[in-house]
Structure formats: structure tokens, C-alpha cells
Design a protein. Structure first.
Lengths: 380, 398
């Protein structure tokens, strides 16, 4: 039982925090947010230079995988910074997908450009009818020569407008919620038959719905057998999003404490009022419980036991989802009128926390998942 | 960073488990696991058994004949003890007055009192609260005035847990009424058999007599029973609170009670099916289980920080708040699991009339009473509101 990181891990954590503190302050982020693309190629290149895009790349391709603690620290730092760049989509989920499913040649060809920041890949998995169910894939795949033809719709594909490559799940056999029959395909974003309807999500991230009408894709992995790797990649993405949430939660608490220490009413700082102090104490309890679960999620994200993995990750998302909601709402309330303006950091944090609560399954979804995994484990 | 126990820690857990399995008396085990009353004799006997094994002081250093276990081993011991149905060790000697005497007592006091705590010969009570001094403890009024060769103690303490069994009580008393309230308090050890000490039980909402008023009328206490310096008692009291709260999360006991909740909810039926299969009820149980998982890790984080020689901090307040919320939530769910059968108020299986048959399953016997009783947890040991004040001031700097 050890909670302290190694000196090297600590060093990386400090370095990432410093990087975002210096390069990604509220004003700098604001400029990126207001830009046409909604993300910064310059920041992305610097993140590559710091090695942050190769944490999940295998050693053979020059990366650091598994880098569990490094990924945890980086994700927490991106949460505090409210990052707009596709770090979890590309450097975690898509990288894990290629690492787990790709042939030796595909790994060699695809991972290096991702790690170098030259190319961006994002998963295009969820569909209008899938809600949070990873198995529910209706997009169809048909073989045509060496390539495959894909038809279907993918919804709320985060960072799709920034991506060079979409990693599209589609089925060549089986019913819409069957595990077998799902494959993964690499589809160039600008390829024929790929149409994006771009927008921003409520927390400012660029995203799109993707219409695939006989789009051409390259199979990554074995036909019909991609589901376990997809589940694993999204579980690692879920662990990263949990850690990201902890960074945003801590930032929201810090901002609130700071604000109530400076804001004066009735001749005193409002932070001296016990009614407000107790609410901030409750926020702190949520943040610390969330931090504990972000550790558990990171440590169990690749657990070989599917049940243990499910129990740990869903439990983590329940605690963190509850925290996102409570801390986000309280942070806005304690900022008073300033909390509902666009100009304060806290309203941006609230938006990110709201999106995080719903990311990869909301609290109710994961509570259900936890119940199911626990009942299986206990045989009831 | 590694959330798994080391090989040595796992081996230690096995050793503890084997010992508990062989050593917890069967009737004690049954009482603990079924939520029945644990008697004074059960508690003392268990302390004696542990003492013979050399484990009488799980949280004490070797210097004072304790186990010298690190915080993680103490945690494992508590968790396994709870799961095995061992009675809770009395905190008043082991976790409260013991550490204070070790740190601030003189050699004679250490020699006189510490071995008797380990052996179970002394049962200590905590004399802190007074009718007018609850959360504002420093306002206490019980006086100790210097006379020839002794203090003369007068006043009233209240909420004294299990004082009816105690032969010693440690008290905060006022020795200087002229100075700032915190600066005039001393830490005094009082023999309960002294002339002028009266114990009056307080009946609680579940019918139990767990706490008492203790009155002091011209009680003579020798100077040698003063711990540390006169008028420094507040410092010792704060030191004690830090120790008391560190293990207050009660994770081991809550895990045991959660398992019991699941057993009860699997036996109870709703629409002919196990209540635990009802999605609404299952979700409520799952939410508590998940909160407990998080608390366990938070608790281990705090213990790890302690092991790194950082003193117990205000994080203990977080553990107290969350730990008691979970204890209360589990007992509430157990009562609701039994439904209407939890309404009959019976204090224990011992009160069952021979031959009389109850319609309720035996597990329902004390669920209502326990729910009522556990409301105390968010009030005692520094109410949860006081803990939030500590968090706001100490951690958040408000």
C-alpha cells in the first residue's frame, strides 16, 4: 500500500502543472475558445514535445505505456486547465485502440505520428440510439475488395473536427446490441462519404455528428472481434476522465474559497459566514472522495477481471459524478451573480463539470452498472 | 503509487484472521454479528485475550508494551476484528487517556496506569462534556481547587459513555477561572470510587442506558493525579481529539454492517422476490457501498500520510463526517429492509420470553433500536457541524 508517486512521476506531474499554469491561463484559454477551430495546434505540439502524447504508446514505438500514474497526473492537470485539445480522445482512447487492435504494421505506421502530434485520431463510437451502451452499434460494415464500406451515424464525436482520422466502430454481423460482430475501422476525416455537422459542446469542446454514407475504412484488428478492446479503451478513457474531473473539482473549490475570502458584504468577507463555510466543507469532502476514487479508477482500469474493473470504474464514476454536480452547482451559487456570467472561471468550470458528469455514462448509468457487476459477483 | 497491500501486509492479515477465528468467544461473536448487546464482560474478556497474545495495545508503541504496528497494520487489524465479530475495543483507555499519559504523563503515572489499560483491569470513562459545555467545550465549569495535598473537585459532567462500568475517569477541570477559558483548564485522573462521585444513568431514545451524568461533590483528588502541567489541559485535550478521530471512520465495522444489510435484504421479500433484487432498493444499497469504497481509500490515504510522519491533521474531520453518515445510512437501510417488522422495540435476544413466538425474523430484533441509537454518531466526538468548522478553518483557511 503506497500512495506516494516515484520521484520521476512526481517530476512529470509538477512539470505538466507548471506548463498549463504558464501556457493555459484563463486569458490564453479564452483566445483558443473564441478561435474558429476551438483548439490550438501550438499547444498540441508543445504537449507532444513534453511527451504527453506518448504516455499510452508502447515502448517499441517509443512510448511510456502503461504509465498509469503519469496518465493520472496529466489528466488531473488538464482538468484544472479546462483543456480544449483532444488529449483523452487521441492520446488515450484512440492510442489504446490502435495499440490493442492494430497489426504490427498499423501500430508502427499510426502511433508515431500521433505521439509526435502530427496527426490526431479520435474514436467515433456512440450513436443516436446507443445512449451510454458501448455494445449498441448499428453502423454497418460491408467488405469491398481490400477495404470496407461503412454506413451509419455517429453522434457527439468529441474533437472530430480536429481529427485527421476517425476510429469508427461498425458491425458486419449480429444484432444491434450484440458483443460479437463489431469491428474497428480507420476512416480519414476528409475521405469520401464522410460528412461532419460540427458544433461546440456545452463546455466549449469542438465536436460533430458524423454521417457515413458508403465511407471507405481500413480494418484495424480482427473482423467482428473488436468489442473487448473498445471496452478496454473506453474504460481507460473513463479513468482518465475521472482524473480530469478531480482537477476541475479542485479548481472550482479553490476559486470559490478565494472568492468568498475577498468578496465583502455587511462589512466582512462572506467566507466568514458559517452557512457558507459548511457548504465549502461539504465541497471539500466531495473533492477528496473523488480524488480517492480517481486513484482507484486509474489502478483498476486495466484489471484483468472484467467484474472488478466494472465495479471499480463505475463506483468511481458515481462518486465523481455526484461530486461534479454538487461542487459545480455550489461553486456557482457561492459566486452569486458573478457565477452566472461568462467572464468568471467558475462558470466555465461548471460547464466542464456538467459535461464530465455525463461523459462516458452518467451517475445513474454507472450506479446500474455497479449493481449488475456486484450482483454477478455475489450470485444474487 | 500502489493501492494493493504488500506481501507482508497480506501475511499479517492472514495471521490476524487465523488468531481471531480461534480466539473470539462464540457467544460474543454472535452478539456482534447479529447486532445484539455486547456486555461489559464480553468487552473485558476480549481485552484480556488480546493482552495474553501481546496485542492488547494495537495502536500503542512497543515502548509501552503495545504492538508497535504501523497505521496500515492497525487498520488491517481493525477491519479483520470487525469482520470476525470481535467486540469493539474500548477507546477511552487505549485511544484517549493512554496516548495522553504516554506523551504528557510522568514516569510514575505511566507505570501505574498504562499496564492496567492493556490488561483490562481498568475501565476508563471520558469526563469532558457538561450540561452547559458541549460544542463549546472550553467553557466548562467543573472546578478543581487546590487544598492541602489534593484538589477539591466540584461540578457535573454529562454524556459519559459507559461510566456505569468505569473505575477511573479522566476529566477536564477548571483550575484557573481568572484567565482566558482555554488557558485555565487541567487534565485530571479521578478514581470513580472516591467519596463524592455519583453516577446517574441517562435513558436514551432506544431505551438503552449507555451514557450517564457524573456528579462531583467535594471529591478529593491527589495532586499526583494531575497529568502534565496545571492549566495546560486544553493542549492535551486537543492532542487526544486528534488521536480519537484518526480511527473514527469505522470502515471495518461499516463493511461488516453492509454485509449484514445485504444478507437481510436478500432474505426479506418484496413481491415474492428478494428485496435486494428490487432496482430501487438495490440502488440505495449500491450508493452506500460506493461511498464506503471511497471512504476506505480516503482513510488509507490519511493513514499513509501519518505513516510518512506527518501528524494526524484536519483530514480526520472529513473521515468522521463521512464515516458517521455511512454508519447512519446503513442502519437506516437495514431498518427499512425489515419494513414493518422493524417496528417492535426489543432490546435483545436475552429479553425474549421463553416459549413466546415472534412473527418477525430474528434479524429484525434490534434494527429499529439501532437506527435510533446511531443518531448519536454525528453528534458525539465533536458534532459533524464542529468538524465542518475545523475543515473550513484549518484546511480551507476561511
Amino acid at each position: 500500500m503506497r500512495f506516494s508517486p516515484t520521484p520521476e512521476q512526481q517530476q512529470l506531474g509538477d512539470m505538466v502543472q507548471r506548463f498549463f499554469a504558464e501556457q493555459y491561463g484563463f486569458g490564453a484559454r479564452r483566445k483558443i475558445l473564441d478561435s474558429r477551430e476551438g483548439w490550438s495546434r501550438e499547444i498540441w505540439t508543445k504537449m507532444a514535445e513534453l511527451g504527453l502524447l506518448s504516455l499510452q504508446v508502447p515502448e517499441e514505438q517509443g512510448g511510456l505505456s502503461p504509465a498509469v500514474v503519469e496518465t493520472l497526473f496529466t489528466a488531473t492537470a488538464t482538468g484544472r486547465a479546462m483543456l480544449l485539445e483532444p488529449w483523452i480522445s487521441s492520446a488515450v482512447i484512440a492510442t489504446v485502440l490502435i495499440r490493442e487492435l492494430g497489426s504490427a504494421q498499423q501500430r508502427e505506421e499510426m502511433l508515431a505520428p500521433l505521439a509526435a502530434g502530427e496527426r490526431i485520431a479520435v474514436p467515433a463510437h456512440f450513436e443516436p440510439l446507443s445512449r451510454y451502451d458501448l455494445r449498441r452499434v448499428a453502423t454497418s460494415a460491408r467488405r469491398s475488395g481490400r477495404n470496407w464500406t461503412l454506413r451509419g451515424r455517429k453522434s457527439v464525436v468529441l474533437h472530430a473536427p480536429a481529427a485527421d482520422l476517425l476510429l469508427v466502430s461498425a458491425r458486419s454481423s449480429g444484432a444491434a446490441d450484440e458483443i460479437s460482430g463489431i469491428s474497428l475501422f480507420a476512416v480519414p476525416r476528409e475521405g469520401p462519404g464522410v460528412a461532419l455537422s460540427p458544433y461546440r459542446t456545452l463546455d466549449g469542446v469542438c465536436a460533430a455528428d458524423v454521417e457515413l454514407s458508403d465511407a471507405s475504412g481500413t480494418l484495424v484488428g480482427v473482423e467482428g472481434a473488436a468489442f473487448p478492446a473498445i471496452a478496454s479503451a473506453f474504460d481507460q478513457g473513463l479513468a482518465a476522465r475521472c482524473a480530469e474531473a478531480v482537477g476541475a473539482l479542485q479548481a472550482a473549490l479553490d476559486a470559490t474559497v478565494e472568492y468568498t475570502k475577498t468578496r465583502q458584504q455587511f462589512g466582512v468577507p462572506i467566507g466568514t459566514f458559517q452557512a457558507l463555510q459548511h457548504r465549502m466543507a461539504d465541497m471539500l469532502i466531495h473533492v477528496e472522495q473523488a480524488r480517492s476514487m480517481s486513484y482507484l479508477a486509474a489502478m483498476r482500469a486495466a484489471d484483468p477481471s472484467a467484474r472488478e474493473r466494472r465495479r471499480a470504474l463505475s463506483a468511481a464514476k458515481v462518486v465523481i459524478g455526484n461530486a461534479c454536480r454538487f461542487v459545480g452547482q455550489e461553486a456557482v451559487q457561492l459566486h452569486g451573480g458573478m457565477g452566472v456570467t461568462d467572464e468568471t472561471a467558475v462558470s466555465h468550470l461548471f460547464r466542464r463539470l456538467t459535461a464530465l458528469e455525463m461523459a462516458l455514462g452518467d451517475t445513474a448509468h454507472h450506479l446500474e452498472q455497479f449493481v449488475a457487476a456486484t450482483a454477478l459477483a455475489e450470485g444474487t | 503509487m500502489d493501492l494493493s497491500f504488500t506481501g507482508e501486509e497480506l501475511a499479517f492479515r492472514e495471521e490476524v484472521r487465523a488468531f481471531l477465528e480461534a480466539s473470539v468467544p462464540a457467544e460474543t461473536r454472535r452478539a456482534v454479528l447479529e447486532g445484539l448487546e455486547v456486555s461489559r464482560d464480553d468487552t473485558v474478556r476480549w481485552q484480556q485475550i488480546l493482552h495474553r497474545r501481546g496485542w492488547g495495545g494495537p495502536n500503542w508503541p512497543k515502548e509501552f508494551a503495545g504492538t508497535g504496528w504501523d497505521p496500515v497494520r492497525q487498520y488491517i487489524f481493525e477491519e479483520e476484528s470487525a469482520a470476525a465479530g470481535a467486540p469493539r475495543l474500548l477507546p477511552f483507555g487505549l485511544k484517549m487517556v493512554g496516548p495522553v499519559i504516554m506523551r504528557f504523563g510522568n514516569a510514575a503515572q505511566q507505570k501505574r496506569f498504562l499496564p492496567r489499560i492493556l490488561s483490562g483491569e481498568d475501565w476508563w470513562a471520558q469526563g469532558y462534556s457538561e450540561p452547559g459545555s458541549g460544542s463549546d467545550l472550553a467553557s466548562l465549569k467543573t472546578r478543581a481547587d487546590r487544598r492541602d495535598g489534593h484538589y477539591l473537585v466540584n461540578g457535573q459532567k454529562t454524556w459519559i459513555t459507559l461510566a456505569q462500568h468505569a473505575n477511573w475517569i479522566f476529566c477536564l477541570v477548571r483550575t484557573d477561572p481568572a484567565v482566558k477559558k482555554q488557558a485555565g483548564i487541567s487534565f485530571l485522573l479521578v478514581d470513580m470510587k472516591s467519596r463524592g462521585v455519583t453516577v446517574r444513568p441517562i435513558t436514551l431514545l432506544d431505551g438503552s442506558q449507555e451514557v450517564n451524568e457524573v456528579w462531583f461533590e467535594d471529591v478529593e483528588v491527589p495532586f499526583e493525579n494531575l497529568v502534565g502541567d496545571e492549566n495546560s489541559g486544553w493542549t492535551y485535550a486537543k492532542f487526544l481529539l486528534g488521536h480519537e478521530r484518526t480511527n473514527i471512520a469505522g470502515v471495518g465495522a461499516s463493511k461488516r454492517e453492509l454485509a449484514r444489510l445485504k444478507r437481510i435484504a436478500s432474505e426479506e421479500r418484496k413481491d415474492g422476490k428478494p428485496l435486494l433484487a428490487d432496482p430501487g432498493f438495490a440502488a440505495r444499497v449500491a450508493q452506500v457501498e460506493i461511498d464506503l469504497m471511497a471512504l476506505e481509500i480516503t482513510n488509507l490515504r490519511v493513514l499513509a500520510a501519518e505513516a510518512d510522519r506527518r501528524a494526524p491533521g484536519a483530514e480526520a474531520s472529513l473521515l468522521k463526517i463521512k464515516g458517521t453518515q455511512i454508519q447512519q445510512a446503513i442502519s437506516e437501510l437495514m431498518m427499512h429492509a425489515a419494513g414493518p417488522l422493524a417496528l417492535p422495540l426489543r432490546r435483545g435476544a436475552t429479553e425474549d420470553v421463553p416459549g413466546a413466538r415472534s412473527a418477525a425474523p430474528s434479524h429484525a430484533a434490534r434494527l429499529g433500536a439501532t437506527y435510533l441509537n446511531l443518531r448519536k454518531t454525528s453528534i458525539y466526538g465533536g458534532s459533524n457541524e464542529i468538524q465542518k468548522n475545523i475543515i473550513a478553518q484549518t484546511i480551507l483557511g476561511l
